[in-house]
Ligand binder design. Structure first.
Ligand SMILES: O=C(CO)[C@H](O)[C@H](O)COP(=O)(O)O
Length: 220
């Protein structure tokens, strides 16, 4: 199976977590796009979605799925999103699509994070994928220096990218994220950091992993 087919497989499988009559939390990315397309086939059974990006909102609306503002809902049963890396405990690195801040906001509204990913995303220790960090533009160089001093990480500005919130993205290479919760907690406190792409406080409760032999369900 191709990577695209694996993404479609888990996007379809995620429908089993969609509760009738509910508002569904929807992430961002190529795997989530498959989920959105699958969600469109059951759109008459749900109230709508809360979206984590301008791109996902456009795709949901193109399918005729009502999109609610995050401020209009207080709680949602599930948030369904992809990941750039996921470890054996359900911690994730996210933000490859630069939507990490809104992703964390919508994940925070949800009772359960359902991660959908192809098997290439499963790692022993996160850090192989460059860690995305959304920063206030004036703080980018300062945050980059701090990553080098604190973790030996090499941060570069993602060229030509402005987030949906008007900020910039640093991609940090050379990290070994052995304690995701500690790193998330510390980096989030640095002035100028909007969101670090470590999801340890909002880790996955279920991962639907696309493999050559089908969907593997991992619960945490
Ligand atoms: O965090 C994300 C976007 O900010 C995505 O979920 C992550 O990059 C995975 O994307 P894809 O499904 O395209 O591999």
């Amino acid at each position: 199976m191709t990577q695209d087919e694996l993404k479609a497989l888990v996007g379809q499988a995620a429908l089993q977590y969609v509760q009738p009559g509910s508002v569904v939390g929807v992430g961002t990315g190529s795997t989530v796009n498959k989920f959105i397309d699958a969600l469109a086939t059951v759109k008459d059974t749900i109230r709508g979605a809360v979206s984590s990006s301008v791109a996902s909102t456009a795709r949901l609306q193109a399918h005729g799925i009502p999109v609610f503002d995050a401020a209009e809902v207080t709680s949602i049963p599930v948030y369904i999103d992809g990941a750039d890396e996921i470890d054996a405990a359900g911690n994730m690195v996210k933000g490859g699509g630069a939507a990490l801040t809104r992703e964390k906001i919508v994940a925070d509204l949800a009772e359960r994070f359902i991660c959908i990913a192809d098997e290439s995303k499963l790692v022993d220790v996160m850090g192989r994928f460059p860690l995305p960090v959304e920063v206030i533009p004036m703080a980018a160089a300062q945050v980059a220096r701090r990553f080098q001093a604190a973790y030996g990480g090499d941060a570069t500005l993602r060229q030509g990218v402005v987030t949906d919130n008007g900020n910039h993205i640093l991609d940090v290479r050379g990290l070994q994220i052995t304690d995701p919760l500690a790193m998330e907690t510390e980096v989030n406190q640095w002035p100028g950091v909007v969101t670090v792409g470590i999801f340890a406080r909002h880790k996955a409760r279920v991962c639907l992993l696309g493999t050559a032999s089908g969907v593997r369900t991992i619960t945490y």
